[in-house]
Design a protein around this ligand. Structure first.
Ligand code: BG6
Length: 489
């Protein structure tokens, strides 16, 4: 494995701990080795010391020192500027050395944890040293998000990569697909017989997807101020959640069978007209506020953020999927920074039961059935339904049936990257994005981005840190006689 941009946070927080966890479960072969490539000049020895310390910090309490030593022996560092041919010549030498030391059979996967502007140039240089051709083993390239910043740039990137690689060599990663609870959506829907018959417009009133974060932009102001909440979260992470929730059953779990069905959903999401953007899209930016009694600075005073920034830190959309299953079932999605809690959920709200029998029960007690898929931080599923309140009078109250991963399967240590790295090594692209999917996703959100760019928000900041977004977000649902569900028991 060759990691470009290896001195960044992703490598120490996610990639190395994920490799460690894979090794622990015996999912890495004995002749595995990893080369970290970064701009800094660091000796192998110094890098190994650093990795050892990072692993101890990020793997948690139960580090196995023997395993850390195993890792150390097969970790290499190769430094240099990504723009220079010399860097790649050095890499070539390191790889030859590794082949000798570890008997590595010549399969390579390259992980580009770099800004997207470097994806094509780095790949080209890897090809220049003869490492793209699959004559002597497989060669795969993993690209971290963001994959482009709009439809045009994503298309350009796809075209550039298609000139030098086959689509089967390209793995566009979205770390949401590495989450167990996200993978479970398909098992839940298609491995059980009781949900699928009601999973459609006849029974479902609407669906809400919330990806709320308590944190602000922290040290990432430089990137975030050029991206914003919509670009950062919706065409990637949130669309993964939508496609898995809404897709038809695939004919098999083969990569393209699953991705074809996801792609159909992306094609069926109705594009926004400029008029729609005004009614079906909401943006917000946090001002100063308090979360858990701690003071939070306004977005505009964060590091590397312009003091007059027009970047949104909150976005909500009302989406419609124009197909037989989902006609007239709105999908409301929202995401934001500096919200009251970290919470990722998919809430499926079913249609109400007819009222007649419960004429005397107050309307707020007649809560409709809701199925909540908790993606994080609590991982599980809740079914919300009505039950008779004990007593001589027939009265109804809302109760929950809960499944919690931790209680049932115990605590599993995972960074969310283990499965993705493993799949890449075994050549299973099911959980990676195809070129057409990335482009369809950008196509859906482009009109919103265009209108927001053309008409700067006049009311920013329009929500206080620690609140659930701007008032317009609530109105988006209230206009349809609905409400966001912020808390789930
Ligand atoms: C990243 C975004 O892709 O996902 C971040 O760039 C965001 O802004 C993060 O914080 C959220 O990931 P998770 O796994 O914590 O929900």
């Amino acid at each position: 494995m060759v990691i470009f941009g290896a001195t960044g946070d992703l490598t120490k927080r996610k990639l190395f701990p994920a490799l460690y966890n894979l090794a622990k479960e015996k999912f890495l072969p004995e002749n595995f080795a990893v080369v970290a490539v970064g701009r800094q000049e660091i000796s192998n020895q110094d890098f190994r010391v650093k990795i050892k310390e990072d692993l101890k910090e990020f793997v948690g309490n139960s580090v196995d020192n023997k395993l850390i030593d195993w890792f150390e022996e097969r970790t290499y560092y190769s430094g240099g500027d990504f723009g220079e041919a010399k860097t790649f010549k050095n890499l070539q030498k390191t790889l030859a050395e590794i082949a000798k030391n570890h008997g590595a059979p010549g399969n390579y996967f390259f992980y580009l944890a770099t800004p997207p502007s470097l994806f094509a140039p780095i790949t080209e240089k890897v090809c220049d040293i003869g490492l793209c051709s699959e004559e002597n083993g497989w060669r795969r390239f993993v690209f971290e998000k963001p994959f482009g910043r709009d439809l045009e740039s994503a298309k350009k990137l796809n075209e550039e990569l298609a000139k030098i690689l086959k689509e089967s060599q390209i793995y566009r990663i979205d770390h949401y697909l590495g989450k167990e609870t996200v993978q479970n959506i398909l098992v839940f829907r298609f491995g059980n017989s009781i949900f699928e018959p009601i999973w459609n417009r006849n029974y479902i009133d609407h669906i809400q997807i919330t990806v709320a974060e308590k944190l602000g932009v922290e040290a990432r102001g430089g990137y975030y101020d050029t991206a914003g909440a919509l670009r950062d979260m919706i065409p990637n992470h949130i669309f993964q959640l939508i496609t898995l929730t809404a897709m038809e059953p695939p004919v098999s779990f083969e990569a393209d069978a699953v991705r074809d069905e996801q792609a159909k959903i992306l094609q069926a999401i109705q594009p926004f007209s400029s008029e729609d953007v005004l009614h079906k899209a909401v943006r917000g930016q946090y001002g100063a506020g308090k979360i858990d009694d701690k003071k939070f600075a306004a977005y505009r005073s964060e590091e590397n953020v312009a003091p007059t920034s027009n970047t949104e830190t909150y976005a909500a959309l009302k989406l419609s999927i124009d197909n037989w299953r989902w006609a007239n079932v709105p999908f409301y999605v929202r995401t934001g920074k500096s919200l009251p809690e970290k919470q990722t959920t998919i809430m499926i709200q079913f249609k109400r039961a007819p009222f007649m029998l419960f004429r005397d029960t107050p309307i707020e007690r007649l809560t409709p059935n809701r199925l909540v898929i908790h993606i994080q931080p609590d991982e599980g599923i809740t079914l919300h339904f009505g039950a008779k309140i004990p007593g001589p009078i027939v009265n109804m109250g809302a109760v929950d049936m809960d499944f919690n991963y931790r209680d049932h399967f115990g605590e599993t240590v995972s960074t969310g990257y283990e499965r993705l790295l493993y799949d890449c090594m075994t050549g299973d692209a099911t959980l990676f994005q195809r070129a057409d999917m990335v482009e369809s996703s950008w196509k859906i959100v482009s009109p919103v981005l265009d209108v927001w760019e053309a008409i700067p928000a006049r009311d920013f900041p329009n929500y206080e840190a620690g609140n659930w977004g701007p008032p317009e977000a609530a109105e988006l649902l209230e206009d349809d006689g609905r409400n966001w569900k912020n808390e789930f028991d």
